[in-house]
Design a protein around this ligand. Structure first.
Ligand SMILES: [Zn+2]
Length: 480
């Protein structure tokens, strides 16, 4: 995950950042969208509904007890095993084998290798009946570190956490003849781009039919997002620029065309426009290919960029400008450029009816490091591909004393602080899915809130289109 550390989250909370909008232009364009979102929560009666749902309930407590039993008997050990056997994105074969073997043994029909991704899987409950389709996303990829792969983001626990909830809830559905089914989505390579596994899986229709999706994630504190739309780390365009030239001897370079010079020019061109870009813009690139030897003019060179802005509307303008900078670099150096837009992250949607329920359960189950104020709105998946289309919530009880992507968080995955947080994640996922299956009023509130925020997001995007006019650049007419 490309996530902020605790400090940043605390600062955001202190700034009462329940708003999705980060810049003055965005705030103005949003108009009363934020007010409408909060009025929506009032009209839906989120607070009283959460109180009612989290009251003592013998059936739910039975499901929670089963989660605990599954976790303690086998799944905590599986989580530790995956932590100690890290595999980076799209190579998570051992983790997938562990998770899918377990699911098969618990009445799930498993398909590994969906959407053309060998380590993506879908597991459908065999005894499910027509009714709410309860979805759980699990991830399992490790981080790429200088000392090798490591689970410094604790994705190693997500699978076992999700499995505990999936099995406990599916057994409940069958035992009580409650209509509904459970689907587990194994999503690889969360830390990699490209491909963005969830976007690829979404495009392939893998998530079709899910009525709700939950996903857990490690955190150094226990928090939940405010309702609205947003993403943890800005909207992102991933763009790869490859320049093609012609080789020649260093001493007779005029016989060639230097692709590396084109890449260097691209970086310089971008620096030349930074002062005309809105200050929240972030553009960072690396040179991924720069030639083979100094005595041969490089005929191929490439650079990889993440271009970020808080909203996707202005981001589109920035990306087009960077593309122009690349074309200009090619023109100036006599090379050719191929522009590959290989990935993008966009805003997701968070809803109070699930986020507040999630928060109440995490506290009830004993989560520590509670941050009382909601954080800024964001979807439960970083790509926004799924969380802007299917309602759901990211369950994130404190599971480490260290921030994300650290060796400290890795160490905590196999100790009490991690184990405690993971069990709470599993219990909370199960409780939310149980409520969704058994309480039509929750389903109705989720549907109403989600579709309304989707509409408001559309209105906000339209307002932004008008908020970023391009200046008219005039000059004397060209001479014939
Ligand atoms: Zn992550």
């Amino acid at each position: 995950m490309r996530r902020m550390g605790m400090l940043v989250i605390v600062v955001l909370v202190a700034a009462a950042a329940c708003a999705a909008q980060e810049t003055p232009t965005e705030k103005e364009a949003a108009g009363d969208v934020v007010t409408q979102i909060h009025q929506l929560d009032q009209s839906l009666g989120v607070e009283p509904m959460v109180k009612k749902l989290t009251a003592p309930d013998a059936q739910r407590e039975k499901v929670e007890a089963r989660v605990k039993q599954l976790w303690q008997s086998e799944l905590q050990a599986m989580s530790d095993w995956i932590t100690l056997h890290p595999e980076i994105g799209f190579t998570e074969h051992n983790a997938v084998a562990k998770l899918t073997d377990y699911l098969k043994a618990h009445d799930f029909e498993v398909t590994v290798g969906v959407a053309g991704l060998p380590t993506a899987f879908v597991a459908k409950y065999r005894k499910g009946t027509p009714g709410p389709n309860l979805g759980i996303i699990v991830e399992y990829d490790a981080l790429r570190g200088t000392r090798g792969a490591f689970h410094g983001d604790q994705h190693s626990a997500q699978g076992p956490v999700g499995l505990a909830a999936a099995v406990a809830v599916s057994e409940f559905l069958t035992e009580t003849h409650t209509p509904g089914t459970v689907t587990v989505y194994g999503t690889p390579g969360e830390e990699m781009m490209p491909p963005e596994a969830k976007t690829v899986m979404w495009d392939a229709g893998v998530f079709k039919g899910a009525d709700i999706i939950v996903r857990s994630h490690s955190m150094p504190n226990t928090a939940r997002p405010a309702p609205g739309f947003g993403t943890c780390c800005m909207n992102i365009d991933g763009v790869h620029y490859t320049f093609y030239g012609a080789p020649a001897h260093e001493l007779t370079a005029w016989n060639g065309r230097n692709a590396l010079e084109a890449v260097i020019k691209l970086f310089n061109n971008i620096d030349a426009i930074r002062s005309n870009l809105r200050p929240e813009t972030r553009i960072q690139g690396v040179i991924t290919e720069g030639g083979a030897a100094p005595n041969v003019v490089p005929d191929k060179a490439s650079a990889d960029f993440y271009i970020r802005y808080p909203d996707s509307v202005y981001l589109a303008q920035v990306t087009e400008w960077v593309n122009s900078a690349a074309r200009a670099a090619a023109l100036a150096t006599g090379t050719k450029v191929v522009i590959d837009h290989y990935g993008h992250d966009r805003d997701g949607i968070s809803i109070a009816s699930l986020a507040e329920l999630d928060f109440a359960y995490m506290k009830m189950f004993g989560a520590t490091g509670i941050i009382p104020q909601p954080a800024k709105p964001q979807g439960y998946d970083e790509t926004g591909s799924v969380s802007s289309q299917i309602p759901g919530v990211g369950v994130e009880a404190k599971s480490s004393n260290f921030s994300n992507h650290t060796y400290g968080m890795l160490a905590d995955a196999t100790t009490d602080v991690g184990h405690h947080g993971f069990l709470i994640d599993a219990e909370t996922e199960a409780a939310i899915l149980y409520d969704f299956a058994t309480h039509p009023e929750l389903r109705s509130a989720v549907h109403t809130e989600f579709t309304r925020i989707q509409t408001l997001f559309g209105e906000y995007q339209k307002a932004l289109e008008k908020a970023y006019p391009q200046p008219q650049v005039t000059g004397p007419a060209a001479k014939p």
